[in-house]
Design a protein around this ligand. Sequence first.
Ligand code: NDP
Length: 327
Amino acid sequence: MFKGILIEKDESGYRAGLKDIDESQLPDGDVTVRVSHSTLNYKDGLAITGKGPVVRKFPMVPGIDLVGTVEASSHHGYKPGDAVLLNGWGVGEGHWGGLAQKARLNGNWLVPLPASFTPQQAMSIGTAGYTAMLCVLALERHGVKPSDGEILVTGAAGGVGSVATAVLTKLGYTVVAVSGRPAEADYLKGLGAKEVLDRAQFSSPGKPLGKERWAGAVDVVGSHTLANVCATTKYRGVVTACGLAGGMDFPSSVAPFILRGVTLVGIDSVMCPTPDRLEAWRRLGCDLDIEKLGVISREIGLSEVMPFATKLLNGEVKGRVVVDVNR
Ligand code: NDP
């Protein structure tokens, strides 16, 4: 038996709770992992509360990321004792995930735990931080340089936003953070933001084009915010879109794209090919100040996951939440 969060759905409704689970219930897979840490990402919050249609099979163990040690493996790439890391691939949605003491997975989904991080540090970064790095890599790939001007980061006090702010600052970019929590301005400035703007400035319907300001952007909010970010991005600037914390719609016009040559880059971490994952984790090892992880993250035990999922969706959680599944 092992402990884990189990989401069930039947005639009596949708519910998530901490359960003792029999190992025989683990799904198919060629690698069995003794999990040490998982995390709470926005998507986990949606899955655990049932507020978004994330879970595709019941019962489900949520948790879109994990670190742990291989216990058994018939996969050529992994042997017992190896330290491994997993982000995405539909884990915690269609295949049992990381918020449990054991997981059985497809070895092709795993990457070795980078030597630069302890298990706890890797999960302080988690899927949110790895996605932030994918956004930074996309800005670089599209030629955005620190000398080009300010980079806007929306939802900045959340997981993706916090790591993006810290990484961009270390790389020499000037970061302007957007947040709905003025009380977190010192936190964001501590991560490197030069200025913190109120998210209310971005959340209402705006004009197709506004005054050009941003050389690039990392957007986790979507909806009017993404439309307004595109409308105020400089000629040939680059906007990376990875989230929907403010809504899934995109009420924009083509004006920023056809009149200013703005590039909108979509970022997906779930099905991202392994070489890109390895590169993102390698770069996190060089371009994120490890000491900032202590400020960005906090740790909870499995039994605290349910209340934290609700807080996360209410925008009340700062930075990242690491879950020690053995606590
Ligand atoms: P968090 O909950 O940690 O952060 C989201 C932040 O968005 C909040 O902290 C808040 O920041 C802001 N926010 C929340 N609600 C609203 C709202 N209604 N309007 C405007 N801003 C809002 O989530 P994550 O950082 O883990 O994820 C952020 C987004 O990115 C999510 O939508 C998630 O699904 C998506 N994501 C996508 C991935 C991909 O592969 N494409 C991978 C990982 C995440 P503040 O308080 O500073 O305003």
